[in-house]
Write a protein that binds this ligand. Structure first.
Ligand SMILES: *Cc1c(COP(=O)(O)O)cnc(C)c1O
Length: 386
């Protein structure tokens, strides 16, 4: 006999809700073509150099990767101008986030602090690890109140998470504010690590001005997260990395599963770093597309939050259909965006920047959906009048 006995924290868990996949929607609505603007992936696909590297190294699939991925760590150290001993690569930055929680926080004793809403991996992995998760609501405009965040920190806080630019809003705080947060945290909680998740920082209008990492000033108590999933177009291959205080990086390497970054992912990442053309084109496409979506949605009467990332958060005009209905109407037209119920934002929608055609198709569909809704409302009003 087998009686399933699962830890209390796991019983209470809700699974991470990912964006819908193209295959799911093609099948459900019997569509030939589906556009996915749901998961902040690269609108240009994969870097051709990375694609070529995967193909060239495919036959190496029988080998274990080199322990510690030293070539990739060295390349990343060079990219960011930091010591290679600070770099830990993982199966997406999700893995590094999980590792940091497991390394630093004692289950049932310590806590972590993050905003509400925020990227859902922090609270989910916190709970998986049996760590109390403390949430500070964002300001109404989705900006950060760092003093209120700090007020939730106590002697048992081991991690504070900040995403900049933020997901799902695209908000990017001044980097001086993040530096000041690190400073104050060091004063009130010397055992606490500040995790600054810069997954979308490349897309900011002025990365050197916005990024604490790029400023070269790395506070002792601060870890930076970056990923190949967005700007480098490798979401499906799963490579992310942390730039960590060297001692913490060392513990991460000890605790990490030895081969979590596979041999093809490593080759793809190394090649993507060399593909300056693809990277530059990605930046140009995302910045132009972000602007086009913002202008287009605003013209349709939507409220669009300013975004420094490769997506925009928006709200539909008043007196129209609900966010969920709009999401469904887009699905029927073969366009997947992201409803934000799982972020506790049932009235908001997030759309990832696509390529030029995709952005145009999305805006056209939105125009039709909002117009149809106005006609339906007018018909209903007319009937009532009769
Ligand atoms: C997409 C994203 C990541 C990256 O996740 P990977 O595991 O590297 O794919 C990290 N943080 C935030 C806030 C994200 O949105």
């Amino acid at each position: 006999m087998f009686e399933i006995s699962v830890r209390q924290e796991i019983l209470a868990l809700k699974a991470y809700v990912p964006g819908l996949s193209i295959a799911e929607i093609q099948q459900k609505y019997n569509l030939a073509k589906v556009i996915k603007m749901a998961s902040n992936e690269n609108p240009l696909g994969m870097s051709p150099l990375a694609c070529d590297a995967v193909q060239r190294h495919a036959a190496m699939g029988f080998r274990y990767p080199q322990g510690g991925n030293p070539r990739l760590a060295a390349a990343l150290a060079q990219l960011h101008g930091v010591d290679a001993r600070r770099i830990v690569v993982g199966n997406g930055s999700d893995e590094i986030i999980d590792l940091l929680i497991r390394i630093l926080a004692e289950p049932g004793v310590h806590n972590l602090v993050c905003f509400e809403p925020c990227f859902s991996i922090y609270p989910i992995q916190g709970r998986v690890c049996g760590v109390e998760v403390r949430r500070q609501p964002l300001n109404d405009d989705f900006s950060f109140n760092f003093d209120a965040l700090l007020a939730r920190v106590d002697a048992n806080t081991r991690l504070v998470f900040v995403t900049t630019p933020d997901n799902p809003s695209g908000y990017c705080p001044p980097r001086e504010d993040v530096a000041r947060l690190a400073e104050k945290l060091a004063e009130i909680a010397p055992a606490c690590l500040l995790v600054v998740d810069e997954a979308y920082m490349d897309f900011a209008e002025n990365e050197p001005e916005s990024s604490l990492l790029a400023s070269g000033h790395l506070p002792e108590n601060t870890a930076f997260m970056r990923t190949f999933s967005k700007s480098f177009g490798l979401a499906g291959l799963r490579v992310g990395y942390g730039i960590l205080p060297p001692a913490i990086a060392d513990y991460c390497w000890r605790a990490r599963l030895p081969f979590s970054v596979n041999i093809l992912a490593e080759e793809a990442a190394l090649a993507a770093l060399k593909d300056a053309t693809f990277y530059a084109l990605t930046m140009q496409t995302v910045r132009q597309g972000r602007n086009a979506l913002t202008v287009g949605l605003t013209a349709l009467g939507c409220y669009v939050w300013p975004s420094a990332a490769n997506f925009v958060l928006f709200k539909l005009p008043e007196n129209t259909l609900g966010a969920e209905d709009c999401f469904e109407a887009l699905l029927r037209r073969g366009i997947i965006i992201r409803p934000l119920k799982s972020y506790n934002l049932p009235n908001h929608l997030r759309v990832s920047v696509g390529n030029e055609q995709e952005n145009r198709a999305f805006l056209l569909a939105m125009d039709e959906i909002l117009l149809q809704n106005r006609h339906a409302e007018a018909d209903a009003a007319l009937k009532e009048h009769k």
